[in-house]
Design a protein around this ligand. Structure first.
Ligand SMILES: Nc1ncnc2c1ncn2[C@@H]1O[C@H](COP(=O)(O)OP(=O)(O)OP(=O)(O)O)[C@@H](O)[C@H]1O
Ligand SMILES: [Mg+2]
Length: 644
């Protein structure tokens, strides 16, 4: 949202190694751009964020107030001279007149109410702790609120941008890693934006406040503490190098584990069919072990900071004790001084952790921003037109396309497809048949040449409207983990129940659907696994019928079906094809015989186009295919679609 293209270009993806080798200055430079981007996400909520930070600052200031109050309590409860009568006033802030005058007016007590006086004095501490806690709570609430808004926004942008990526992107990407980025890395990023920023303000304020009180009470002692304090930071600097190396690798391993999990679940049939459970388990555990190792290394480095700081601080305390003895500081004063020093410690510890968190956050941010900044390679033109009610006339003009550098899948393919006619694509496996369909759907854009629909380049239409006009029944059916009803409705979300049932009837699916436990409301398993292959296919055909698009692309693969289902599906397909431009990848003789024209493909080229009888006479490649694959072998698979 806040990024500009130039900024986007500046964003670089860092590996954990890059970060581990950075000097402090390089780190600050590297973090500048991502940091600015994250601040951009907070901007819409800046008011609440500012209020949250303000609450944090107030709660931090209360640390100082609390110390002064505790000091008064000690003076009352542990008086230097126990025989002296108690003061007539409760004067926690007598050294700071303005605080006493405006914030905490001085209550009066009589000599007779000594106990009441002591109780009231002592109660001031819980009261102040309550107030400090309340502000801290409000601070955390506001920061969490903003953090969650930012997280929601970043996740939304990540997911949306991923959905908009072309097929080419997903061919290369690892789904598990994408899931890890969208889910986990974004969380780290939002933490960086909110909690870290607020901590960077809150903790220094707390430390400065306490230091201020200390300076006020006992300047020499405080100056001494100020010398010891930086010494406490030294161990942090020392371990941070170690942490940099280990910290970020953990996230990488987490990504690897997600990849293994996602693949084994998605491919569970293959895993089981090959009895590879042990193999997958080992892959998973190898990642798990590595991750554990990094977490341990990271944790060790993080946790060593505390004891080191404490040791150095206790040396300071020892020196302080000697000083107290020399200066004859009384017990109450000494306790307060040390309490002040101790209460600085959690804040210093949090501050010391921030550097480690920042390193993790930089890595996560660079990954998340990379996802957000990846421009889809198939995009709508700025002046893209809406395509409504296409006639269905298709033309490929010298289309060349390669999935990756190397051998093109299509070479200068030119083909005219008349509206309302049925075309069958034939050719050996790998000839480029499915590729033509992918290009028609604009899953990819051709490298050269153009594809026209109704006389206009399909790149001039919006992708959405183009795809609204095309129905696709692909080789592999995909059903969602949802009801049968919703799975059919996916074809057209505003369809009525009547229309959905009508589509199911046309697809010969209605009969088996009503036999299911809950009829149309039956929940399907993942990818529709609670149905047979033929039933799944009929549901996906019903989905395409419901869509009722003027152009229909059919990637046939019935080799796994029994002849009864096959006949029914074939009938369903005929219903579906009426009055539409149909391009069918033919694996069966009946499809070829029903087609108006047959397109013969070989090695990414169109060899010939014509009706069956003509082609048999003049096209050698067609004759060869026919002899080999169709003649007397109806429904013989050309591709090994059904093989696991
Ligand atoms: N996602 C992809 N990434 C890289 N290359 C691909 C991809 N899909 C297909 N190819 C290559 O493109 C060529 C054409 O593939 P295509 O899927 O169009 O063949 P097909 O004619 O549909 O074959 P089949 O009958 O086996 O389905 C093949 O050489 C194949 O290796
Ligand atoms: Mg294919």
């Amino acid at each position: 949202m806040a990024e500009t293209p130039t900024e986007a270009k500046k964003q670089k993806r860092y590996s954990s190694r890059d970060i581990s080798q950075m000097s402090a200055q390089e780190f600050v430079d590297a973090a500048r751009v991502p940091y600015r981007r994250i601040v951009g996400y907070i901007k819409p909520y800046r008011k609440r964020f500012a209020v949250g930070v303000l609450f944090g600052v107030i709660s931090s200031l209360f640390n100082g107030v609390l110390l002064l109050a505790i000091r008064s309590v000690f003076i009352v409860v542990l008086p230097p001279d126990p025989n002296k009568p108690l003061p007539t006033h409760f004067e926690p802030f007598k050294d700071i007149p303005w605080l006493e005058q405006y914030v905490f007016p001085r209550p009066h007590f009589t000599h007779n109410g000594e106990l009441i006086f002591v109780i009231c004095v002592c109660l001031s501490v819980p009261l102040l702790i309550f107030i400090r806690g309340l502000f801290d709570y409000l601070h955390k609430y506001c920061i969490m609120w903003v953090g969650n808004k930012v997280l929601y926004q970043i996740r939304d942008e990540c997911f949306t941008n991923l959905l908009n990526q072309s097929q080419r992107f997903f061919n290369k990407a690892k789904q598990g890693e994408l899931m890890q980025t969208v889910f986990n890395q974004t969380r780290i990023v939002s933490t960086m934006g909110t909690e870290i920023v607020s901590s960077l303000i809150k903790h220094p304020v707390a430390i400065l406040t306490i230091l201020g009180v200390l300076l006020h009470l006992e300047p020499v002692y405080t100056v001494g503490a100020l010398i010891v304090f930086p010494l406490c930071i030294l161990p942090v600097v020392y371990v941070s190098k170690k942490v940099r190396r280990a910290g970020s690798k953990e996230e990488e391993e987490a990504g690897a584990i997600m990849v293994t999990m996602q693949e084994s679940f998605a491919g569970i049939r293959v895993v089981k069919a090959h009895a590879r459970e042990e193999y997958e388990r080992e892959r998973f555990n190898a990642g798990s072990r590595k991750m554990m190792e990094f977490i341990m290394r990271w944790g060790k480095a993080m946790e060593i900071v505390g004891p080191l700081v404490e040791t150095v601080a206790s040396v300071g305390m020892a020196i302080g004790l000697v000083y107290a003895w020399m200066m004859k500081i009384n017990a109450a004063e000494f306790l307060v001084l040390n309490m002040a020093l101790m209460s600085m410690y959690p804040h210093a510890k949090q501050l010391s952790r921030i550097q480690v968190m920042l390193q993790k956050a930089l890595l996560a941010t660079s990954k998340v921003l990379e996802v957000i900044d990846t421009e889809p390679d198939v995009r709508d033109a700025t002046d893209a037109a809406e395509l409504t009610g296409a006639r269905g006339e298709i033309e490929l003009r010298d289309v060349t396309f390669a999935y990756a550098k190397g051998i093109p899948a299509l070479r200068k393919v030119s083909l005219k497809i008349e509206a309302g006619k049925t075309y069958a694509l034939v050719g050996q496996s790998g000839a480029g048949k499915s590729t033509i369909m992918s290009l028609l759907m604009r899953f990819y854009d051709p490298d050269a040449g153009a594809i026209l629909l109704d006389g206009r380049d399909i790149r001039e239409y919006t992708q959405r409207s183009l795809r609204d006009n095309i129905g696709l029944v692909s080789q592999e059916t995909f059903l969602f983990h949802d009801t049968i009803y919703n799975n059919i409705r996916y074809g057209r979300l505003d369809a009525s129940r009547k229309e959905i049932e009508a589509a199911a009837k046309l697809a010969h699916a209605h009969e088996f659907i009503i036999e299911q436990k809950d009829g149309y409301n039956t929940e399907l398993g993942d990818k529709g696994c609670t149905l047979s292959g033929g039933q799944q296919q009929r549901i996906s055909i019903a989905r395409a019928i419901l869509r009722n698009a003027p152009v229909l692309l059919l990637d046939e693969a019935y080799s796994a079906l029994d002849s009864e289902s096959e006949r029914m599906i074939h009938e369903a397909m005929e219903q579906l094809a009426k009055g539409k431009t149909v391009i069918a990848i033919a694996h069966r003789l009946s499809t070829i015989l029903n087609a108006d024209r047959i397109v013969v493909m070989k090695d990414g080229r169109v060899v010939d186009v014509g009706p069956h009888a003509e082609l048999l006479g003049r096209c050698e490649e067609y004759r060869r295919l026919y002899e080999l694959q169709f003649h007397g072998h109806d429904a013989l698979p050309m591709a090994a679609d059904a093989v696991i």
